[in-house]
Design a protein around this ligand. Sequence first.
Ligand code: AMP
Length: 279
Amino acid sequence: MLQLSSLSDIRQHTGLLRQQGQRIGFVPTMGALHEGHLSLIRAAKQQNDVTVCSVFVNPAQFNNPEDFRLYPRLLEKDAQLLAQEGCDVLFAPAAEEMYRQKPKLSFDFGDLERVMEGAHRPGHFNGVATVVSKLFHLVQPHQAFFGQKDLQQFAIIQQLVLDLSFDLELVCYPIIREEDGLAMSSRNRRLTPEQRALAPHLYQALQLLQKSLKNHSVEEAKKETEAFLRQIPEIRLEYLEVVHAQTLQPLREVSGKVPVALCLAAFLGEVRLIDNLLL
Ligand code: AMP
C-alpha cells in the first residue's frame, strides 16, 4: 500500500491513475478504523480498480476543542488494517498542509443544517464541507463511500456535490454495529468499561421509538423513549428526532408515505455518540 501525505503527491498520483483509465473509489475517514470503516473499504474495492482511503482528523469540523484533543489517533494501526484489506493508497496529510491558511470560504446548507448535528455543533458542517471538497479535488474519485451512521453528513455532502457539480457518485452504506447493538464509532474507544456497558441503550432507545410509533403519535413515542433513557442517569440525551430521511426536517406524524429516520445524540460522560435508524 502506498502511503502519501503531501497534497501534490496525492493529486499527481490520482491524476495519473485517471489518465490510465483506472476507476478510483474513495473512503474519507478520521482514522481509528473499525469494521464500519472497513465495510466501506471493501465496498470501494469491489466496485473500483483502485481504492484510496484518507485518514485526517479535521480540526475544522470540531466545535469542541477537548473532543479534538482526545480524538483517537492510531495511524500505524490504521495503515496495517488498510493494507490487510487490500487498500491501495492511504492519504494522511498533516493539518498544516491541508490548511496552509485559514479558509475564507464558508458553507451554509440552509434547513439541512439547522437541525440535529448542525444545530448542536455550530460550524461542524462548514468544516465537513470544506475538507470533503478539498479531498474530492485532491483524490479525484469516481465514487466516494460514506456511512449511514452520519446520516445528516451524507445529506449535506449530497447537496455539496449537487451544488458544486463534483463529477463523482456518492454511495451510502448501512451502519455496522457491535454484537450488543452499539453503533461502531472511533469515539467508543473513549468510553470507560461502565459507560461502554450502558451505551447499547442508545440503540435500544431507537428500537423502542420505532415500536412505539406503530401505535402512538410522534410526540407520545418520543416521550416514552426519553423516559426510557432518563432511567440511566449516566446517559445525557442531547436530541431525539423523528425526521424525513432526506430533508431531515422533523415530522409530526409517521404516515408511511415518506421515508423516516429516527436520530439521536447523547453524552456518556464527555463522550458524545450519535445513532440512527431508518424505517
Ligand atoms: P469517521 O472516521 O467517523 O469520520 O467516519 C468515516 C466514514 O465511516 C463516514 O462516512 C462514517 O459515516 C463511516 N462510519 C463510521 N462509523 C460507521 C459504522 N458504524 N458503520 C458504517 N459506517 C460508519
